[in-house]
Design a protein. Structure first.
Length: 347
């Protein structure tokens, strides 16, 4: 069989290999036998042995009496993946899709968030799928709620697939992002969280998070009844953990195609540090846009910043721009006295 030209595709060609990568990525000093590793990830020892040999061939694992993580080689591969993905540039598949979108003359509109509009000076395409890569506590829920509230204020309909939060909490956050009351009846929530925690749900759509087909069918059913302007999946982490990388990636491909066909926005959240970079790169390669939010400790406290790694068909900044959370829980530009930074050049 011909090997894929992309490193991350070879690294993710089976769920077993993806599980091994995630295990070693989160436990870089781990050493164990194939049988021990199989027990840790809940997989068949024979399958694990086969994938371990391929990872050894790549140099990402070292083999002695036990298997251990080759951190130096892993860093080399991470660098190679970043170069292959060419962040800030369009993959071939995306280039082709954007040729079609250009023909359709997809409109671009301001996001309504000052800090995001600074890095998207001509606006965000009205039909694209954007991956929101975020550190915990960086404000991704508030970012999603802003876009949901924005659509609802324009009397547009939204589908929100929640895998990590209760629907009432989502509605509360959405309401908090608006100065005025919004019509929450136009917000349809597909509840994939209540079943996880064993709680009864009042939502019209309650789906087992492990049943990706049911999630897709629920979205299709809603879209057949009303025109949808925004689809939200929160979060992709849970989809991966419930069903594995390959199934999760296929769901993401379906979402991207569906958003393009319906000419609507789609946002998908993902923890930027929870998985091996090859898994993150695979998701980045599929979507039309990537917005990254990070938090870091500084001498002056916690600093937050964002950047747009790519956004199809529009100018964008790829360097980090600082922001902060207002008392109302909104994402706003960081005050100049805190940063001392100027806005970088556009791509």
């Amino acid at each position: 069989m011909k090997r894929s030209g992309k490193l991350f595709e070879r690294l993710l060609d089976t769920d077993v290999k993806a599980d091994l990568l995630t295990l070693f990525h989160n436990n870089a000093h781990l050493q164990d036998t194939p049988e021990g590793l199989a027990r840790k990830i809940g997989r068949n020892a024979t399958e694990v042995q086969h994938e371990l040999e391929d990872l050894v061939e790549l140099g990402i694992l070292k083999k002695a009496e036990v298997y251990s993580f080759g951190t130096d080689r892993d860093r080399e591969i991470q660098d190679a993946i970043s170069k292959q993905l060419a962040l800030g540039e369009l993959p071939e598949a995306t280039q082709a899709s954007m040729t079609d979108n250009a023909t359709l003359q997809i409109a671009k509109t301001p996001t309504g968030l000052g800090v995001l509009d600074m890095v998207l000076p001509v606006g965000m395409p009205s039909a694209c799928t954007t991956l929101i890569l975020s550190d915990p506590g960086a404000g991704e829920e508030n970012l999603l709620a802003h876009f949901v509230s924005q659509q609802l204020q324009s009397t547009k309909s939204v589908v929100y697939v929640t895998l990590d939060n209760f629907p009432p909490n989502i509605r509360q956050i959405v309401q908090s992002q608006s100065e005025e009351a919004v019509d929450l009846s136009s917000l349809t929530i597909v509840d994939c969280y209540s079943k996880t925690v064993g709680v009864e749900s009042d939502e019209s759509y309650v789906v087992d998070p492990e049943n990706l087909s049911a999630i897709s069918i629920a979205i299709s059913d809603i879209m057949s009844k009303k025109t949808i302007s925004l689809i939200v999946i929160d979060s992709f982490n849970t989809v991966i953990r419930k069903r594995g990388v390959r199934s999760a990636v296929e769901l993401l491909r379906v979402l991207v195609a569906r958003a393009r066909q319906a000419r609507c926005l789609c946002f998908v959240t993902m923890n930027r540090k929870a998985f091996h970079p090859a898994i993150v790169a695979s998701a980045q390669d599929i979507v039309d846009g990537v917005v990254e939010l990070k938090t870091e400790e500084t001498m002056d406290g916690i600093a937050q910043s964002l950047r747009v790694l790519k956004m199809v068909g529009t100018k964008h900044l790829t360097t980090w721009v600082p922001y902060e959370m207002s008392d109302e829980g909104k994402i706003v530009p960081a005050s100049p006295r805190k940063t001392g930074r100027s806005i970088p050049e556009q791509n």
